[in-house]
Design a protein around this ligand. Structure first.
Ligand code: ATP
Length: 370
């Protein structure tokens, strides 16, 4: 049982109704959140959604306007950054350019007046862990972006914080290196058992790294869940559209039973049958959200009556591992469908301007009221 599903489990970080206003503007608005030991929790949101402000309040660089933050059961109100069991790694890494890698990593320990022999040992261990031992004598400008990122990480971790806060930690890296480093970061986090809170605007990154994700919009946390929860069961149009691609069909609820929903959707030109319920009044306007990979594309008319739509292929993009199809339905609506290229010639059957049928399973759609 993961700790967040266990009501007995004590959170390591507890954020209670925290609001931060700059003037009249609420950058963070009534956020409540529990983060558990050894989690890698991502705050995911667009620019200006309040992620960094929330992180800075955990670090103690900003005080909440109202609400309280507890770390390890202790109320952090008025506790300065250096007295919190927390370390923060900044976007820019902020390495000292004139110091070697070794000296950069040792810096915080020296300030804490840790005995020299201990410093040497801890720095060596840490450099070994982030695979930088052979670069110990180099200066930051002699390193690649990925290596600099690892120095910054080593420097944040060498002080053995219980909680490490990372603001866009992989922002400066190119795509390939980013992906590689994402997995390294997860490995490192698992090895050290430190609790990580990571700010990112990159949904793929959040999916790769996280035990759980908190999606932020306009200063509020709008959904919290595992990457799978967030992707498969978004709780709003905002989350469905922010995380991954999605097709959104507007319609009216014509049947709302506890175990299924039927939606009349002129956009599809048929009814959508979903095998789980929502709690909206009949006749309410709702949306059915269907991910592109959950729709099958075929040239034969399927026998099923529900959950089928006819259209014409307008665009095909061959991406190697999969192909993307843009299909215009009879209603004019453009639908995005992706199919894995399991066989080399699988996509040869479906070509431009061809009439195709899209079909999907009743369990694949999510019904959203807002
Ligand atoms: P980004 O991904 O662009 O860094 P973010 O989600 O981290 O965005 P924040 O930096 O937390 O967003 O900012 C949230 C909002 O609060 C923004 O509208 C920003 O302009 C505002 N804000 C942040 N810091 C201050 C400040 N010191 N004074 C006034 N407004 C601020």
């Amino acid at each position: 049982l993961p700790p967040w599903s266990d009501p007995q489990s004590e959170p390591y970080v507890r954020i209670e109704h925290v609001t931060k206003k700059f003037g009249e503007f609420p950058a963070v608005n009534d956020v409540s959140l529990k983060i558990y030991k050894k989690e890698l929790f991502c705050l995911l949101g667009g620019s200006g959604s309040g992620k960094t402000t929330l992180l800075r309040m955990l670090a103690g660089f900003e005080e909440p306007t109202s609400g309280r933050i507890f770390i390890d059961g202790v109320d952090m109100t008025g506790v300065p950054p250096y007295e919190r069991p927390v370390n923060m790694m900044f976007q820019s890494y902020a390495l000292f350019p004139h110091m070697s890698v070794e000296q950069n990593v040792a810096f915080g320990l020296k300030q804490d007046r840790i005995p020299k022999a201990q410093i040497t040992e801890r720095v060596a261990d840490m450099l070994n862990l982030v695979k930088l031992s052979q670069f110990a004598r180099r200066k930051p400008h002699q390193l690649s972006g990925g290596q600099r990122q690892r120095v910054a990480l080593a420097r944040s971790l060498v002080k053995r914080p219980k909680l490490l806060l990372l603001d866009e930690p992989l922002g400066a890296l190119d795509k390939k290196l980013r992906e590689h480093t994402q997995f390294e970061l997860v490995n490192l986090q698992e090895k050290l058992g430190v609790t990580f809170v990571v700010v990112t605007h990159d949904q793929e990154e959040a999916m790769t790294l996280s035990t759980r994700i908190g999606v932020m919009n306009q200063g509020e946390i709008v959904q919290v869940g595992s990457p799978k929860d967030i992707y498969e069961y978004p709780n709003s149009k905002f989350v469905a559209e922010f995380v991954g691609n999605v097709n959104m069909f507007q319609g009216r609820l014509i049947e709302d039973e506890p175990d299924h929903v039927r939606i009349d959707s002129p956009e599809i030109g048929a009814t959508i049958y979903v095998d789980h319920g929502v709690s909206s009044a009949p006749d309410a306007v709702v949306w059915a959200a269907i991910r592109p990979e959950k729709m099958l594309i075929g040239i034969e008319k399927p026998v099923q009556q529900d959950n089928v739509a006819r259209g014409v292929v307008k665009e095909i993009a061959y991406l190697g591992d999969m192909s993307v199809y843009l299909v215009q339905l009879d209603s004019g609506k453009i639908v995005r469908v992706t199919q894995p290229n399991v066989y080399r010639h699988a996509d040869d059957l479906v070509t431009w301007d061809q009439t195709v049928y899209l079909s999907w399973h009743a369990s694949s759609a999510v019904v959203l009221g807002k």
